[in-house]
Design a protein around this ligand. Structure first.
Ligand code: FA5
Ligand code: MG
Length: 451
């Protein structure tokens, strides 16, 4: 403990981010490579596809009804990111394998919902959107990156402003002012299950929930149709180009679960032969609003992945491209009225290499603190190490083999690492050197035994 000064007394180690010092502790797991993304703010870069997508969606949520927040700082408290939203203490999202911790009480936001409580409390307008970078420890492939962008949106109605305190009529009045559309939604009203998605009957009447849900769905259907109507058309229909063929837009709703909305849904679009989730949403849990000091407000919220939408809209094949500073990428996006299909510059050759290693058997005390004990091992640690060594030269990392030795009981894993640059051909020696370094870091940081 730091009793009475003296310059040689060890102080609590700290980490400086944007001029603020944070104590670091056993929870700290954010590497400096991740912190280097904080200044990029793609949502604010003119003519960047993330920013164009943000602006098209924002135009569906006009001011003054909605206030748009686009520059909120990504360092938030655990209370903001999880507690204020009712995440249970044992929710997996809180774990160090999934979330970047600055210290025990401070994280890089994992979603834009981290700001809901504060903005509900400020109560500046009936609605808002928040567009921001979010951070998650996750797999590596062409649609996952540890930093991506979300837009949060929310709308509330104030009971004190309507006769009798029932907001249902006010919500329907606002709904009929929304633009109509003629797209037939494939599952407009999926059944929700009361055990996990209750109607919050202690706070809302069923008519209120019905009205809020209808307003929410109509608003978001409008967004998707607006987005796809920007795609250059070859026919009069709304849709997109997939593998050079025109695909008409197909949309459906499915039931979902979030700790801070009930009932909850996800909106999916049909893309490349499968349903793809674009956003999550629901009727805001009244506890979130009560705890934010606005118990008379009732309403909805959603969160959409901006890269997810932009990849579809512009036909961008790899999520790493969003971070490219290559003008062959950036110069293609200038016109936000009509969205153009991204013309991929030539794909450079890929090179894959495998790495195999043994985990320590569970209960082994060797290598104290090492995360290679079978029970402590988490794949995201491998992902992080590979990403740290190879940064954007890594296209994908995939588990290709996994077995337990019949005699020793030890577990062996084999990961395949795809090396490919988006901008040039990699030299052999370069890839060999990267791979050698990955092997070395796996041993040093995880304590695995290479095979
Ligand atoms: C959330 O983050 C909730 N905060 C959304 C929400 C807000 C629900 C308000 C209800 C009310 P989820 O983890 O599913 O939920 O992420 C939301 C969207 O972000 C996804 O639908 C997807 O479009 C995008 N997304 C999630 N993970 C990734 C990823 N690894 N890469 C790219 N986009 C992602
Ligand atoms: Mg989801």
């Amino acid at each position: 403990a730091d009793l009475s000064c003296g310059d040689n007394v060890p102080r609590t180690p700290t980490l400086e981010i944007d001029g603020t010092r944070y104590n670091i502790d056993d929870w700290t797991n954010v590497p400096s490579s991740i912190l280097s993304y904080l200044p990029r703010k793609l949502q604010l870069q003119p003519s960047h596809p993330v920013s164009i997508t943000r602006q098209v969606i924002e135009s569906n949520f006009p001011s003054p009804t909605y206030t748009h927040y686009n520059d909120l700082h990504p360092v938030v408290t655990v209370a903001e990111n999880f507690d204020s939203l009712g995440f249970p203490k044992d929710h997996p999202g809180r774990s160090r394998t999934d979330t970047y911790y600055i210290n025990k009480d401070t994280v890089l936001r994992t979603h834009t919902s981290a700001h809901e409580a504060k903005i509900f409390r400020d109560n500046k307008s009936e609605g808002y959107t928040i567009s921001a970078d979010v951070y998650r420890r996750d797999a590596i492939d062409r649609s996952h990156y540890p930093v991506f962008h979300q837009m949060e949106g929310a709308r509330t109605w104030d009971r004190r402003k309507v006769p009798g305190g029932n907001i249902a009529k006010a919500v329907w009045t606002d709904l009929v002012k929304l633009p109509r559309h003629s797209l037939s939604i494939e599952d407009p009203n999926p059944t929700t299950h009361a055990e996990r998605n209750p109607l919050q009957t202690e706070h809302h009447s069923p008519e209120e929930v019905e009205a809020i849900a209808a307003h929410l769905k109509r608003s978001l259907e409008g967004v998707v149709i607006e987005l796809f109507s920007r795609v250059q058309k070859t026919t009069g229909a709304v849709g997109h180009v997939n593998a050079n063929a025109w695909e008409p837009l197909r949309v459906r709703w499915i039931e979902a679960y979030f700790p801070f909305t009930s009932p909850s849904w996800e909106l999916e679009v049909f893309w490349q032969g499968d349903w793809l989730e674009l956003l999550g949403c629901g009727v805001t849990k009244q506890d979130v609003l009560i705890n934010a000091g606005v118990p008379d407000q009732v309403g909805w919220a959603f969160g959409v992945g901006l890269e997810r939408v932009a990849m579809l809209l512009f036909s961008i094949p790899d999520i790493r491209l969003f971070w490219s500073k290559d003008s062959r990428f950036l110069k293609q996006f200038s016109n936000k009225e009509n969205v153009n299909t991204f013309v991929p510059f030539s794909r450079y050759p890929e090179c894959y290499k495998d790495v195999s290693f043994w985990l320590r058997s569970s209960g082994s005390s060797a290598g104290g603190g090492m995360r290679s004990n079978a029970q402590d091992f988490h794949e995201n640690d491998v992902m992080e190490i590979v990403r740290d060594v190879g940064s954007d030269l890594i296209e994908a990392v995939k588990l290709v083999d996994d077995f337990v030795h019949p005699v020793s009981g030890r577990k062996s894993l084999c990961y395949r690492i795809n090396y490919r640059s988006l901008e040039r051909t990699l030299r052999n020696e370069e890839v060999n050197q990267l791979h050698e370094n990955v092997r070395k870091q796996l041993v040093e940081q995880l304590g695995v035994e290479l095979r």
